[in-house]
Design a protein around this ligand. Structure first.
Ligand code: ZN
Length: 66
């Protein structure tokens, strides 16, 4: 593994990830980082998704409401 830790974007995730991340719900809304809680928030339905071991868990089962 040749990880470049210098390119970390919001919440320590690869900036390129933010271009492809979307809410898994019916709205498929745009998501944004919540630096306070370290979660990913859907700007449409407000569901919050955790990040585990540096990997966004974009699953409805794992989400919690705002
Ligand atoms: Zn959503």
């Amino acid at each position: 593994m040749n990880r470049n830790v210098d390119v970390a974007g919001p919440l320590g995730l690869d900036p390129a990830l933010w271009d492809v991340l979307a809410c898994p719900g019916p709205d498929h809304g745009a998501v944004r980082p919540d630096e306070e809680t370290g979660e990913i928030v859907c700007s449409d339905c407000g569901l919050r998704f955790p990040i585990r071991d540096g990997i966004p868990v974009m699953l409805l089962d794992e989400a919690r409401p705002s």
